[in-house]
Design a protein around this ligand. Structure first.
Ligand SMILES: [Zn+2]
Length: 240
């Protein structure tokens, strides 16, 4: 939903911040600030995509769905990336869904800037090409992770990744939503969260989750977290 953030900070999104300086004013003119409420659906799989979002705060989960099974999170996007990658690449129908996992804000791109051949199109393609590499690595690692690592270690990784993108004091997060994001039953994620809480790594009550001991959580998290951090560093648009 549109909001009254003025003026929007283009550099609050790392991908946009990597644009050449001379393109900041025309790009800003094509961006609309929007609020991302918790659990707001940005993209519905199989539906026509209408916008590209550059998060400036908060976290968006990318969701995949197989037949009638509940959707499961396959990736995570914060201020380092964008939502609607395939749309920038010319697709019109979404293959992967997107839902707001931690409330925040974003800059939404108008159709004008997405027009092939437009003045911003070439610069966008360069950024998107670089980001695609990072996202593909993240999706691949997450797919392998779900096969080989236990729920507690995956939950630890997921919390660290979220904290990297939304280093707030606490997040609003229901157990049902957390179970959906991790693709497990609610009872299972409740037990895993209780074990982390018993070790005083997190505090989770009344739908509020707070990290208490990040170094301790890093020791519990599966090694995919470190691998994903290394991949992000290799493919970041800010890499010199
Ligand atoms: Zn893992």
């Amino acid at each position: 939903m549109p909001c009254s953030l003025a003026p929007p900070l283009l550099t609050a999104n790392r991908l946009l911040a990597a644009l050449p300086r001379r393109l900041h004013p025309p790009m800003l003119a094509c961006l609309e600030p929007v609020v991302l409420p918790l659990a707001h659906v940005l993209v519905v799989p199989g539906a026509r995509m209408r916008h590209v979002y550059f998060p400036t705060a908060g976290v968006v989960a990318l969701l995949a769905q197989v037949n009638d099974h509940p959707p499961v999170a396959v990736g995570m996007v914060g201020a380092e990336g964008l939502v609607g990658l395939s749309m920038v690449c010319g697709e019109r129908v979404a293959a992967v869904g997107a839902i707001v996992q931690v409330a925040g804000t974003a800059l939404r791109l108008s159709a004008q800037a997405r027009r092939p051949g437009g003045p911003l199109w070439g610069a966008l393609q360069v950024l998107v090409g670089r980001y695609t590499g990072a996202l593909v690595l993240q999706l691949a690692q997450q797919a392998a992770c779900s096969q080989f690592h236990g729920l507690e270690a995956r939950l630890g990784r997921w919390l660290l990744m979220t904290h990297d993108r939304a280093p707030a004091e606490a997040w609003q997060l229901t157990q049902h939503f957390l179970a959906t994001l991790l693709g497990v039953r609610r009872e299972s994620v409740t037990q895993a969260a209780h074990r982390l809480q018993a070790r005083q790594l997190i505090d989770y009550r009344r739908g509020q989750l707070r990290l208490l001991d990040r170094p301790g959580l890093a020791r519990v998290a599966c090694p995919c977290y470190v691998q994903m951090q290394a991949d992000d560093g290799r493919t970041s648009p800010h890499r010199r």
